[in-house]
Each structure stands twice: as structure tokens, then as C-alpha cells.
Design a protein around this ligand. Sequence first.
Ligand code: XMP
Length: 556
Amino acid sequence: MVHPTDDASVSADHASTTNANHAKAVLRNTSSNSPTEFFPAPIDVVETIIVLDYGSQFSMLIARRIREANLYSELIPWDTSPDELKHLGIKGFILSGGPASVYEDGAPQLPDWVANSGLPILGICYGMQLLAHKLGGSVKPAANREFGPATLEIKDTSSALFRSLPDSLQVWMSHGDRIERLPPDFNSIAESENAPIAAMADDAGHYGIQFHPEVVHTPQGDQLIRNFLFEIAGCRGDWTASSFVDKSVEAIRERVGKGKVICALSGGVDSAVAATLVHRAVGDQLTCIFVDNALLRMNEPERVVSTFREQMKINLIHVEAQERFMIELAEVTAPETKRIRIGETFIRVFETEAEKLGQVDFIAQGTTYPDVIESASTGSDATAKIKTHHNVGGIPKDIQFELIEPLRNLFKDEVRRVGKELGLSDEMVYRQPFPGPGLAIRIIGEVTADKLDILRRADWVVMDEIKKAGLYYELWQAFAVLTDTKSVGVQGDFRTYGHCIALRVVTAEDAMTADWARLPYELLASISNRIVNEVQEVNRVVYDITSKPPGTIEWE
Ligand code: XMP
């Protein structure tokens, strides 16, 4: 599955792909732990809860909930070798849900090294069934499958898992199998209408729950997860942005030594935070490369240069490659061709600049945890390609530098917190996503300098109005699209024949799904009025009211 990053850059795109493939190789290859392939964990022997992924759509949410409790966690394929986790101080395991049935041939297993670790284990849904199956209980298809809300009645109110929770809880169920017979030494500690054993526990720190505490539909699920982390696994919870920065700076310094580092800067959050972190560690040994591809928003190149070069005093090479990109895009109308041309051109420009620097040892990239997880999750290869996202642009695969990916274990909100910790402005840290191929995929048809100019001015109005209305941070994205439609209008007493701008404004939790924003009519009216008044070439503005799916966020 292609994972949409929130970072703005071609370089970030490409960074994601490279890193993602790389991560996949690392996660799958049990013998690979060479430092050139795997950035050392940012924190040595950090308290960690490992989430074993059995394929539930909620697996990533479990890891998120743990991180929100200031504890480090990693989501790993269930069959990962323990050799890959030696650098972590594992304090417990959570087994995710998943679509399989434990009694089927080839069903994913509970590895012996986990079952015999002596550490606390919480099995969720399939994870619970697996625990029961492995430890000598029996699992059967349920007579009544349970999907959706259910009421959980707690039978053992003294259980540490239910500390500070009421006797009866709203929970979210999603299972077709259920525990028929408990394993030896286990007790049923909660029930629901269709699951007499909705939760189980033994005295050795093994817990199973048939429902999903990680989803919002289990309103007190957070407390239950925290009970497992702090009451049962005895964690401290000291994983914070500031501890991350301190330890990462130390680790980067040690790794880089006197070496030279380059970083492709896009203006997006991920590459900005990665560069700032590396800069804090090695100062002038870092050189950032910012490629102006002619496809950026109004004032964007100036902003990047002033933030990084002038305010942060980072060595920055500003490559003015506008003409080269425009030549490559001439007469291209197909969205995929645009993306590919932009990506390839970026690589060539970047390579040329890197060569000019002489000896370079490392390349820093803003890969984040969702990129790593998405690419490592099973089945991703089978997903139909909708758009070339991160396959666009970026550093060539055979690059000679060693990779530094200081954010590869962080979720987006954590990247933002680290950015704040490093002193980056809110404006930089909470920026809305901007795609690597930039305005090119918001101009339907051929990209020309005139059309870029029209779109830039219209887009500026959208952004200005959205910011004035105080909605910038609430929306996932707000932007203008230059359609390839022209229409007749009347302005003053004159007939006009002008361009049609589409507004695209969406809300989203992540970009996998999105909904069109219900903007106030007054705001829509002022955006429309200002665009037709301030951008002479435009005489019509329409609002895109398509959610994703079936639409995508970008038009191309
Ligand atoms: P779609 O259009 O697929 O976009 O719904 C989902 C999110 O991804 C962003 N996007 C990209 N980001 N490189 C990126 O870094 C790309 O090639 C790219 N294409 C789309 C888009 O802006 C939205 O946030």
C-alpha cells in the first residue's frame, strides 16, 4: 500500500520509498543488522513494549496508544526474529488482533521466544485466542459473531487490568471465534452477551481480551492499556520528546564522527525536523540541499531559505532548477508521467549537487514510522497502485552514502513534538501536507509558467482566508486546483471567458481516508469573491464535495 506522508517534498517521497523498502528488508531479514542498513535505536535499552502484528487494521493504533502514554513501542511482524530487538529493553508484549483463525492451517503463531519470555503479555482479540490456543485452551467459531459495540461486565474487579475502571464498560468487539475452554491456570475475568470469556488472566502476567481497547469506540480503552503498561508491566513511561532529542543527538554524533552529512530539504515537516536534529548533533558537518522545482507555493522557496539558512544557520544549497523542471514537463498531460518526470529530474539535480560537495559519508532522511510500517506490512505488495507517491523522486537506490533516519521510529505527532522541542516554529511544525510533485498535480493538463502563476495566486487566497478564519490547523489540507475547464462569465458589463478553480479542503486523521470540509458558507463566499477579483484569469470557483474514497485528496 502506498503510504501518503505529510511531508511536502519530492525528496521526502523518495526518502519514504527508499527507507520503506530498506525497512522491509531489515524487518524481514533476520540476519541483517549492519549499521549501514539500520540506524541504531535512538535510545539504547529503552523501556519498550513490543506489539506483534497479526494483521488487524488497528495494529498501528495500539502502538500509538502506547506512545501516547510516554512509552516507547514498536509494531513488528509477528515472525520477527528476537535478534533484531536486542537493543531494546522489552518490558512486555501486546498481541494484536487479526483476520485469521487460530485453528486454520498456516495461521500466524505465537512465537516461543515471546511465550517463554516470562514477560507480561496482553492478547487482543486474535491475540487472545492465540494465547489461549498456545497455552492449552481451546478456541472455536462463535455461534453469534460479535462486531460492534458491546457491554463488558467485569467479573474480577480486583484485576490489575481493570484498575480505576467501572464494573461495566462500553467496548468495541470484532470477532468470529471465541474461547471455549480456558488454558490451565487462567480465569475468566470479564464477560459480554456473546462472549462468556471476554477477558482472561492467569497469575503469571498473561492477559487476553476479546475486544479492542485501542479504538475510540472503547472510550475507556486507554486506561486499560495504561493499566497493562504501568500496573502489570511496571513501566515508568519516560519516553518524551526531550529524552528522544538528547539521546538521538548523542547517537548521531557518535555515528557520524567527523563525517560529512547531506540532507534533502523540502520545506515539509519531516525533512525539516530530521535536518534540525542532525544539525544539533553535528553542526556544520551537515549540508542541506533544497531544490526549487518551480512547482512550489507562493513565497515557499524564500521561506525555506530564510528559515534554514538565516534563522537556523544551517549550511544550505539552494538549487534553482526551475527551468530544468519546466522543460521536462513541457507538453506532459498524464498525471503519472508528470510524477515520474519530476521524480527523475529531482534525482539528477540532487546527484549533481551532491557530487559537487566532494566526499560525503551520510545522507539524512525524514522517514517516519508509518512509512516503515506501511511498507513492512504484509499484503502491501498486492494493493493496487492508485498513484505513484513515494515512488516519485528521491535519492537513487544505489547511492553510496550511509543512511541516517533519526525519525524512523516516530509517529507524525511525535515528529511534531520533537520539532517543537528543537525550537522550530508552529508554522513549520504544523504545516499542512504538500505533495512532492507540488503544484504540477494540481494543474489539470499541461503545466505551464502561466498556469503556475494563476494557481499560485489563487492558492494564496485560499490559504490566507483559511488562516484568517482560524481553521488552518484543524484542516488536513486546503488548496486550489486549476481545472482544465474554461467557462463564460460576466464581470462589470463585459463577457469573460476564464479559468475555473476548484477548491479542495479536507479533514482527515491520516490521508488514507478524508472527508470534504463543511466550511461555513460565508468563508466559501469570501474565498470565491477574492479569487475572481484578485486573479483576473479566473471567473469561476467550484467546491469539491467528494470524500476519499471514492475521490483522492489531490486531483491527479
Ligand atoms: P491522495 O491524493 O492520494 O493524497 O489522496 C494523500 C496525501 O498524500 C499527499 N500526496 C503526496 N505526498 N508525494 C507526497 O509526499 C506525493 O507524490 C504525493 N501525492 C499525494 C497528498 O497531498 C495528501 O496529503
